[in-house]
Design a protein around this ligand. Structure first.
Ligand SMILES: *Cc1c(COP(=O)(O)O)cnc(C)c1O
Length: 397
């Protein structure tokens, strides 16, 4: 064994000196200037920059309306509320997602029903969705895992046949397309997140898009205490009527300025993500110990993350050992996700557990998220590939 083959875990030299995170924001001078301008102006919140951001965002994703929220989670809460989910209602969703996708159903008193994923695409399996339908089903809430669009045609067909509403959690999928149609204008409601690891960031922030004016109006009220008119529309009267339930889930003009400025570079960022994923794909397609991330023809993948799967039958080390070995090489791998139905809260309160979604559980046990963000250099990408090769040479049978 040559010196460079000794794992950092065993005292060898790490592939790189500094930890490479799995995701990272990109903020340029123009972004900073845009925020500074708002700070010097009259409106820190409830001002015109929010509306400009919403309008620009709606155009990018091909939706009639976009309503900004203070986080992606608040956006999901808004979408769940707008569909009228309440006690007794069931919402079919994926277990292989961030907790917020299912938590928003609990916020409204509804019951999340986890349908299994397709073991290849890792997105909701339409057959599992059909099998999970009951007379209580009200909404289907798919998520585009890693940025790979779900088969929305099939999901919409199921929804139409039962008169169900569809909420897409597109936190991974800003910029994704199905054919030439961007994710964002396809379903009743679509939600996005602007957390720093996502495609564009506002620090914290989120958006709901819809083509239906009535839904957009419900969303606007919900994020503003249930009050029927917002400050700018109110300047000639002091009257405020709370007409529905609501929170303060507003996004400020400061955040919106950052988001609006970040949108300018969305295309360039998506291209860079695609390029990096392409390199990974090339490197891993020839490695029998791993399975490269899935793609679909006639769709544009938004590549929020790169989910690699370990082929355990060819490895004598488990995912945890491989994870630790890569971390020691200073490759900031992560795991997305521990399935929602296996979290203690869900097990205890909803009686969920292992065996309910075998494909999601099996995938979750072998998934490894590799670093992927637009600011990665070609050298960073090469480091990830070389560290993975090094660790797999040690871990393989
Ligand atoms: C990031 C994310 C969210 C939540 O977004 P926040 O802005 O962090 O609240 C929801 N769903 C999925 C799938 C996510 O990845």
């Amino acid at each position: 064994m040559s010196d460079s083959d000794t794992l950092a875990l065993h005292g060898g030299r790490p592939v790189r000196e500094r930890m490479l995170p799995y995701g990272r924001q990109e903020v340029d001078e123009a972004d900073i200037q845009a925020v500074v301008e708002v700070l010097r102006g009259d409106w820190l919140t409830n001002g015109p920059t929010v509306a400009r951001f919403e309008q620009a965002f709606a155009e990018v994703v091909g939706a009639r309306f976009a309503v900004a929220f203070s986080s992606g989670t608040a956006a999901l809460h808004g979408a769940a509320y707008a569909t009228g989910i309440g006690p007794g209602d069931e919402v079919i969703t994926s277990p292989l997602t961030f907790l917020a996708s299912a938590n928003c159903i609990l916020y409204c008193g509804g019951r999340p029903v986890f349908a299994d994923v397709d073991s290849e695409t890792l997105n909701l399996d339409p057959a599992a969705v059909e099998a999970a339908l009951t007379p209580q089903t009200k909404v289907i809430l798919p998520i585009h895992f890693a940025g790979l669009p779900c088969d929305m045609e099939v999901i919409h067909a199921i929804a139409r046949s039962r008169n169900l509403t569809v909420i897409e959690d597109a936190a991974h999928a800003l910029g994704a397309r199905i054919g030439d149609r961007p994710v964002g204008g396809l379903s009743h409601l679509t939600t996005f997140s602007f957390h720093p690891v996502k495609h564009i960031t506002t620090g914290e922030g989120g958006m709901v898009t819809t083509n239906e004016q009535a839904l957009a109006e419900r969303l606007r009220r919900f994020r503003n205490h249930g009050i029927d008119r917002e400050v700018r529309q109110r300047q000639t009267t002091w009257i405020q009527d709370m007409v529905s339930f609501g929170f303060n889930y507003r996004l400020s003009d400061i955040h919106s300025a950052l988001g609006l400025s970040q949108l300018r570079r969305l295309d360039a960022r998506l291209k860079r993500r695609e390029e990096i994923a392409g390199r990974y794909h090339q490197a891993f397609a020839a490695m029998p110990e791993v399975t490269a991330a899935p793609t679909r023809r006639r769709t544009r993948h938004a590549w929020h993350i790169y989910p690699l799967r370990l082929n355990q039958d060819r490895l004598h080390q488990d995912r945890e050992a491989i994870f630790q070995a890569l971390r020691a090489e200073n490759i900031g791998v992560s795991v997305h996700y521990r399935p929602v139905h296996l979290h203690p809260y869900y097990r205890e309160r909803l009686g969920t557990g292992r065996g309910m979604c075998p494909a999601a559980e099996a995938a979750a046990d072998r998934l490894l998220t590799l670093p992927l963000f637009p600011g990665m250099t070609d050298d960073d990408v090469a480091d990830v590939i070389s560290a993975l090769g090094k660790v797999i040479r040690w871990a393989r049978k």
